[in-house]
Write a protein that binds this ligand. Structure first.
Ligand SMILES: *Cc1c(COP(=O)(O)O)cnc(C)c1O
Length: 422
């Protein structure tokens, strides 16, 4: 593998080109289990690197503050139409720069600083932007937070209702970053209706599963759908806000001019391509394969004696609870990295340890499924994880190196989309 597939970059800036080339090798050779990551297709990569990025386009198709939008308008309108079709919504805004600004735009659209907002607590699996203290959303708004039950690891919908009726929040967020189970959007909708709250489904992690029919859709239940485009949806780094017609104006005004300036047109193009890909029958297979792989991996990990939050998974994500092992999450994650298996350490609900050194490891199957690994490979993946955690406990670097060689070997047989062949 060489940097020669970026010849201009190599000629202009060989130092930077070498970093990109090294990242290509890393992404090709490692088993990438971070559940929020994926491999975009070569087509998405190409669309994201076009001259569309040279253009300023503040405003929306047909209503811009700059001239020369003949082509940009068509690109954005295409992305919007595809988003509406794929997710079955009245309105889509494809301009948010990423998931966090998309969520901030939702606050801007429906709440005033100091208003009460409700979301899942970060250590329970929620996202920072759902009103957690260190986030702007938790300091400019009054965040109240729900969690999961200690005995089941599942969302406690009775507690959610009690909190919502006591607090009457302006906004309720459902969805999160470390939720291995199906979200009951209808149950949240009933609670939001009783409390008089705007309900936001933040499906950043599961958008691709929803598009592929492998997770129920929130479209008929919620006021606003917020999503990133770069996780299971397998598009470029970006985000979308979708809603019913009644909220369209408020959402659009909040994104621009409320929060952002010019949209990143090259990203809009990449999103359009990803949405086209996600509308194909092959993506339905992909989404279901992601879930089948996660269930098979969870079963294999349980067999190896691991504890999993909520006892397993319904989606693409597994939260391993290492509380009963000799190795905390960060040490396990770093050892797995040396073994060629890329994960992230994560808090588990009711974690006895600190957030920067928690008890959990979060893994997921979107990337390995994009490479074509299937359920038959999951016992091997679980075995590698188990051996690596044992090796971490013993400080056995040789064992980690041996696993890394095995991982590199298998990955060579499953080339990743968008990467040069080794
Ligand atoms: C990833 C994620 C976000 C934030 O997305 P960024 O693009 O990283 O800003 C927001 N909400 C949820 C639930 C996420 O998983």
């Amino acid at each position: 593998m060489s940097a020669s597939r970026h010849p201009a970059l190599l000629a202009t800036d060989p130092e930077l080109a070498s970093f990109v080339a090294a990242e290509e090798v890393l992404q090709a050779q490692t088993l990438r289990l971070i559940p929020s990551e994926n491999y975009v297709s070569a087509a998405v990569l190409e669309a994201s690197g076009t001259v569309l990025q040279n253009k300023y386009s503040e405003g929306y198709p047909g209503r811009r503050y700059y001239e020369g939008q003949q082509n940009i308008d068509r690109v954005e309108a295409l992305a919007v139409e595809r988003a509406k079709g794929l997710f079955g919504v009245d309105h889509a805004n494809v301009q948010p720069y990423s998931g966090s600004p998309a969520n901030l735009a939702v606050y801007l659209a429906f709440a005033k600083p100091g208003d009460t907002v409700m979301g899942m607590a970060l250590p329970m699996g929620g996202h920072l932007t759902h009103g957690w203290g260190v986030s702007a959303t938790g300091s400019w708004f009054r965040g109240v937070q729900y969690g999961v039950r200690a005995d089941t690891g599942l969302i406690d919908y009775d507690a959610v209702r009690d909190l919502a009726l006591a607090e009457r929040p302006k906004l309720i967020f459902c969805g999160g970053t470390a939720l291995p189970r199906t979200i009951d959007f209808a149950a949240f909708a009933e609670i939001a209706r009783e409390a008089g709250s705007i309900l936001v489904a933040d499906v950043a992690h599961i958008a691709g599963l929803i598009a592929g029919g492998a997770h129920p859709s929130p479209a008929d239940h919620v006021d606003v759908i917020s999503t990133t485009t770069h996780k299971t949806l397998r598009g470029p780094r970006g985000a979308m806000l979708m809603c019913r017609e009644e909220h369209a104006k408020a959402i659009d005004k909040a994104v621009f001019p409320g929060l952002q300036g010019g949209p990143h047109n090259q990203t809009t193009a990449g999103i359009a391509v990803a949405l086209h890909e996600a509308a194909q029958p092959s993506f339905v297979s992909y989404a279901h394969a992601v879930v089948a792989n996660a269930k098979a991996l969870a079963a294999a990990l349980l067999q190896k004696g691991f504890d999993l939050v909520s006892g397993g998974t319904d989606n693409h994500l597994i939260l391993i609870d290492l509380t009963g092992k000799d190795v905390p999450g960060k040490i396990a994650a770093k050892a797995l990295d040396r073994a060629g298996i890329v994960v992230n350490y994560n808090t588990v609900p009711f974690d006895p340890r600190k957030p920067f050194d928690p008890s959990g490891v979060r893994i997921g199957t979107p990337s390995l499924t994009s490479r074509g690994l299937s359920t038959e490979h999951m016992p091997l993946v679980a075995d590698w994880i188990s051996r690596a955690v044992d090796a971490a406990a013993k400080g056995d670097e040789q064992a980690l190196a041996a696993i890394r060689a095995e991982v590199t070997d298998l990955m060579a047989a499953f080339p990743a989309p968008g990467l040069p062949l080794a």
